[in-house]
Design a protein around this ligand. Structure first.
Ligand SMILES: *[C@@H]1O[C@H](CO)[C@@H](O)[C@H](O)[C@H]1NC(C)=O
Ligand SMILES: *[C@@H]1O[C@H](CO)[C@@H](O)[C@H](O)[C@H]1NC(C)=O
Ligand SMILES: *[C@@H]1O[C@H](CO)[C@@H](O)[C@H](O)[C@H]1NC(C)=O
Length: 152
């Protein structure tokens, strides 16, 4: 999947990108779709479970549309159309890069496989909509996705 996404950048042409499965296991299913008109990207979560472990290992691959000296991650969680949580997290900050890809330039490829330093939590039964956005210090979008999380 990651390889596929990297080999098929650009040319959205107004059509929606395909829906990908980030993980499906232990009563939890995470599906996502790129909402960036310019590119799809690869993303997966290694251990899926409704008792989500802390420090999950994820993988993602994308081609940078923008420089990412600084990179921010916004997440909005909704259920049945009503907002339940907004969260913003600095991924790369000028003087303290947390990840090896911080500082990469536009046009470069980023592939990350490793932990994300999240807290552990239990996902309550239900279906959730998640909007994810990565943007740089100029608020230029680097990646955008909408996801559906189904916990049974
Ligand atoms: C993403 O949003 C579109 C448009 O609202 C929706 O049709 C699609 O099902 C969503 N995809 C996922 C994986 O949630
Ligand atoms: C942000 O915008 C400024 C002014 O246009 C530009 O000099 C700078 O390179 C931009 N930074 C990034 C990371 O694109
Ligand atoms: C999250 O942000 C959206 C858009 O800014 C806002 O409408 C919503 O009320 C916020 N939700 C929470 C739980 O703060």
């Amino acid at each position: 999947l990651l390889a596929w996404a990297l080999l098929h950048p650009g040319g959205g042409g107004g059509e929606a990108w395909p829906t990908h499965t980030a993980c499906r296991d232990g009563g939890l299913e995470v599906l996502y779709q790129s909402c960036d008109p310019l590119q799809d990207f690869g993303f997966s979560i290694d251990q899926c479970s409704k008792q989500l472990k802390s420090n999950l290992n994820i993988r993602f691959g994308l081609i940078l549309r923008e420089d990412i000296k600084e990179l921010f991650f916004d997440i909005a969680l909704l259920t049945k159309g009503s907002s339940i949580l907004n969260f913003s997290y600095p991924v790369c900050e000028g003087d303290q890069p947390k990840f090896s890809f911080c500082g990469r330039r536009k046009g470069e490829q980023v592939y990350y496989a490793g932990p994300v330093n999240n807290p552990g939590f239990i996902v309550l039964r239900g279906e959730y909509q998640v909007l994810l956005e990565l943007y740089n210090e100029n608020h230029s979008i680097v990646a955008c996705a909408n996801a559906t999380v189904i916990c049974s």
